[in-house]
Design a protein around this ligand. Structure first.
Ligand SMILES: [Zn+2]
Length: 302
């Protein structure tokens, strides 16, 4: 069983409404976080899910906007605490971050918790990877012995199987986001199932209209795509595109182009997310499959 947990489905970092983070749980119980919300709400989300800090194997930061990345000091602090529990068996945490964002985020964590990287706390468990935005598909394999390895060159096609010993494969692809533009990435997680098959989930992160996103993972089991603007709600669609965001209609088009099985919308605006049905209807007008609009802490098995 591979599980996707929608720890946060919103934007703007208002923890009382919706935050921004998705977790993927492998059949073996390892946790991969994709974005970490805007602050300490990631701690309460992990507790309420519930997901164990001791099983956190990897964190993918799609981009360094605060509502996606500011929870990182809390994630590393609580991971360090988990390592102090009697009998704890914790391993490295692979931090997969757009290359230009590594230095700033690493320093930010040490700024907000001086001494975080000293041996008593996290030590060398945090392994920072600068995902190269110039490389079309960047990838990292998580192995069943707790280590990781860069796989041989991969192509766009969906893998029918993963190499023996691979628990999950993380694949990132640069996307366009922000005004001015900033390094940002979508991510695909390939999950090795007990029967040898592979389940795949793609998370768009924040992105402008980007039909190329299908190349990061044609035919995934689930696409989690941002839907920051909805035409029927009177949103300024030109402004959304200018600052690098997508509409619910775009999410539906990408889902169709990528031939996904299910589409989940996230990054909903706090001003309208109490009733997200217009977003669902707009996406469904462009995608014949199932459209989900999850709430925080909803989950589904792939
Ligand atoms: Zn953003």
């Amino acid at each position: 069983m591979a599980r996707v947990v929608f720890l946060g489905t919103g934007s703007t970092g208002d923890p009382s409404r919706r935050s921004a983070s998705t977790a993927v749980v492998t059949p073996g119980g390892d946790v991969i976080l994709i974005d970490v919300s805007g602050g300490s709400e990631i701690v309460s989300a992990m507790r309420d899910a519930p997901l164990p800090w001791a099983r956190l194997r990897a964190v993918v930061i799609t981009h360094q906007h605060f509502d996606h990345a500011s929870g990182l000091p809390f994630v590393l602090f609580w991971s360090a605490i988990a390592g102090k529990a009697p009998g704890a068996a914790v391993g490295p945490i692979e931090l997969c971050v757009p290359g230009p964002a590594v230095e700033g985020l690493r320093a930010a964590c040490d700024t907000f918790f001086p001494g975080l990287y000293t041996p008593w706390w996290l030590g060398d468990r945090a392994r920072w990877h600068g995902c190269d935005p110039g490389q079309f598909l960047w990838a990292l394999d998580l192995l069943d012995d707790g280590t990781s390895v860069t796989p041989p060159a991969i192509d766009h096609g969906p893998p029918a199987t993963l190499p023996e010993g691979v628990v999950a494969r993380i694949v990132t692809m640069a996307v366009s986001h922000g005004a001015p533009p900033m390094p940002a990435q979508a991510v695909r997680i390939d999950i090795a199932m007990a029967d040898g098959s592979v389940r795949r989930v793609v998370v768009s992160g924040d992105t402008g209209p980007n039909l190329e996103l299908g190349k990061v993972g044609p035919e995934p089991d689930l696409l989690v795509h941002e839907a920051s603007a909805v035409a029927s709600l009177g949103h300024d669609l030109d402004n959304a595109a200018t600052i690098g965001h997508a509409t619910a209609a775009t999410a539906g088009r990408v889902a169709t182009r990528a031939r996904v099985k299910r589409l989940a919308l996230n990054h909903l605006g706090v001003s309208w997310a109490a009733d997200p049905s217009p977003a669902r209807e707009e996406a469904a007008a462009h995608f014949a499959g199932e459209v989900l609009v999850p709430n925080d802490l909803d989950w589904l098995d792939l």
